[in-house]
Design a protein around this ligand. Structure first.
Ligand SMILES: Cc1ncc(COP(=O)(O)O)c(C=O)c1O
Length: 362
């Protein structure tokens, strides 16, 4: 049932497997968050986070999962009498649009069928017709395995000074190219438990100066995710409320390891694993759910065209020591997802695919 390490290895699209060294880093003796040791930790993290987000602005560290920063981004960037444009086409992009609405924001939507990507042209057309405070887009739609063309969308949004580009890169970040400053991204938000390969419970967002200018014009920013308060504390290498210090120790170590691997090498490793997974699926007469040309580096949504029983598959794979996904939301079972992200190596993926072959009786 278990691996030799005594636990099933996670092949689900988050939380992902976390290396023992990173788990170990969480066990440092605790420090107070108003101490100089904490300010040092915060400053170290800030420097490294800017390097991986490829930004010269700032990176907020949040004691929440990514959902909290969704709420924060919507809340701080969309004024009461203005609108946001949400690009939806999967479970997570739909949920973010709903969160904006639940926070009382006015939202227009460009919806594509699940499995399809959004294009820069769609955004260009919408921005010609209406003025928006923000365009909200999911970089890597984890339910469908689609990666949206953020760079191209950024080129369009850059032409509108008052429109912010807010990007959810929860499951893309650190597995797929993303350049916050070069691509004109005002907020790139991510969770820890995906390609960052940390335990869940901490989230990060690069935030441009324009976002802070916008936040000043929003009266009801709430409290926990008030970006102006987060910024005030950040200037002092601190956080407004008690942060997840153990996870910050883990992030400190993980960022060293990520920078040692090299961002581009990390993206390439993910691409290789994506290609291996595609080849495996197609060779075995499965389909690929995501539109060609927009398939994710970090998660492959396999079209279950052979009609395998995903529950049996997951049970069989558990016996091999792997925790598998069975598909998400309305496409559960019709698809299943193979995550290939974080610190997973191609050799592990080979073991996973070999296990699936045994299940298929190949
Ligand atoms: C693309 C995407 N956005 C947002 C979220 C929500 O993030 P969290 O679970 O960290 O709150 C997820 C979670 O899977 C996701 O895949």
């Amino acid at each position: 049932m278990m691996t030799k390490n005594g636990h099933p290895r996670l092949v689900i699209p988050g939380p992902v497997e976390v290396r023992p060294e990173i788990l170990e880093a969480q066990t440092e003796w605790m420090i107070g968050h108003r101490s100089s040791a904490f300010a040092d930790l915060f400053a170290r993290l800030q420097t490294k986070l800017r390097q991986v987000f490829l930004t010269e602005s700032r990176v907020f560290v949040s004691g929440s999962s990514g959902t909290g920063l969704w709420e924060g981004a919507s809340r701080n960037c969309i004024r009461d009498d203005r609108k946001a444009l949400h690009l939806t086409g999967g479970a997570f992009s739909e949920r973010w649009a709903e969160i904006s609405q639940l926070n009382g924001k006015q939202v227009d939507i460009i919806n594509v069928e699940w499995g399809q990507a959004h294009t820069a042209e769609m955004v260009a057309d919408a921005l010609k017709k209406e003025t928006y405070d923000a365009v909200c887009v999911v970089h890597n739609e984890t339910s469908t395995g689609v990666t949206n063309p953020i760079k191209e969308i950024g080129e369009v949004v850059k032409q509108y000074n008052d429109t912010l580009l807010l990007v959810d890169t929860v499951s893309g970040f650190l597995g797929t190219e993303l350049r916050a400053d070069d691509w004109g991204i005002d907020i790139a938000l991510t969770s820890s438990q995906k390609a960052f390969a940390l335990p869940p419970g901490i989230a990060f967002a690069s935030v441009s100066d324009q976002v802070l200018e916008r936040a000043k014009q929003v009266t009801n920013r709430g409290y926990y995710f008030d970006f102006l308060e987060l910024e005030k504390s950040l200037q002092k290498n601190n956080t407004p409320s008690t942060p997840p210090i153990a996870l910050m120790f883990a992030a400190d170590k993980q960022l060293d390891d990520i920078l040692a691997e090299g961002l581009e090498n990390r993206w390439t490793r993910h691409q290789q694993m994506r290609d291996m997974t595609h080849q495996w699926a197609l060779d075995r007469d499965f389909g690929l759910f995501a539109q060609d040309g927009y398939r994710s580096n970090t998660v492959t949504t396999v079209d279950n065209s052979r009609g395998i029983d995903v529950n049996d598959m997951a049970k069989f794979m558990k016996g091999k020591g792997f925790e598998m996904d069975k598909g998400y939301g309305k496409i559960k079972g019709k698809t299943f997802r193979i995550a290939h992200m974080g610190d997973m190596q191609p050799t592990t993926l080979e073991e996973v695919l070999g296990g699936l072959d045994e299940f298929l009786g190949a």
